[in-house]
Design a protein around this ligand. Structure first.
Ligand SMILES: Cc1cc2nc3c(=O)[nH]c(=O)nc-3n(C[C@H](O)[C@H](O)[C@H](O)COP(=O)(O)O)c2cc1C
Length: 221
């Protein structure tokens, strides 16, 4: 697969087939993603590969927490506290695309909530890759993990697999760390849903737009 095709064709998949993912494919994806650059070659990324009963139990605990109204306590703030333009509008449009693909009306809070809960099940993906790092590392490590994440998403594509990076899977880090025996001296970045795409699902059919170059590039000479 051409690099340009991989970058263009990657998209967030939110409906997966029940089919499991072969262990050798996961290993190849991780080996390839580990070629990502990092400052000083620190390679600060850590990955927990979770499937089967463990994945199910973590999902159930997260759903139970959410339903009980337990406040999410992520290890880091992903979104700004105060929304400004153009980010506010972009995020709104992103949500609208998703709900429209699923046939959910904007006012239908109950169905929006159910859609949100689907996040905790990684949208039915058989595997979740949890990305984390040691918490004493500095902001540069977040950059490095971001590069690793994109490498991972593209490497999955090469293996015929679909992904969805999910901040939602890092909302209750204590649940994940406790179940997996990961120390508290870590930052849980996100989870990545991994599996075979259900191409017949309407939720997988839309594609998100991108801003024109003049919105984010300036030339100097
Ligand atoms: C770090 C990260 C966290 C994300 N978290 C979620 C999430 O919790 N739930 C979700 O449905 N999508 C999540 N997304 C997917 C974004 O909504 C998606 O990347 C964006 O809308 C662009 O669409 P595309 O990935 O299909 O190109 C996340 C993406 C990234 C990079």
């Amino acid at each position: 697969m051409k690099i340009a095709d991989a970058i263009r064709n990657r998209h967030s998949c939110r409906a997966f087939l029940a089919r499991g993912v072969e262990a050798d494919k996961i290993e190849r994806i991780l080996r390839l993603a580990a070629h990502a650059p990092s400052g000083g070659n620190l390679q600060p990324w850590r990955v927990a590969v979770v499937s089967g009963r463990t994945k199910q139990e973590i999902a159930e605990e997260m759903v139970a927490h959410f339903r009980a109204g337990v406040r999410a306590e992520p290890d880091y703030r992903y979104y700004p506290e105060h929304w400004t333009e153009p980010y506010k509008s972009r995020r709104f449009a992103c949500g609208m695309q998703l709900y429209s693909a699923l046939g959910i009306e904007r006012e239908d809070k109950a169905r929006r909530r159910e859609q949100w809960l689907d996040n905790y099940h990684a949208f039915g993906a058989p595997v979740v890759l949890y990305l984390y790092m040691e918490s004493h590392l500095a902001a540069g490590a977040y950059v490095d993990l971001g590069i690793f994440l994109q490498s991972l998403l593209l490497a999955a594509l090469e293996e015929g697999l679909a992904t969805c990076p999910q901040q939602a899977l890092a909302e209750y880090p204590r649940i994940v760390k406790h179940r997996l025996g990961i120390g508290d001296d870590t930052v849980l970045l996100c989870g990545v849903a991994l599996g075979y795409e259900d191409t017949s699902a309407p939720v997988n059919r839309y594609r998100t737009p991108r801003a024109e170059l003049d919105e984010f590039v300036r030339y100097f000479s």
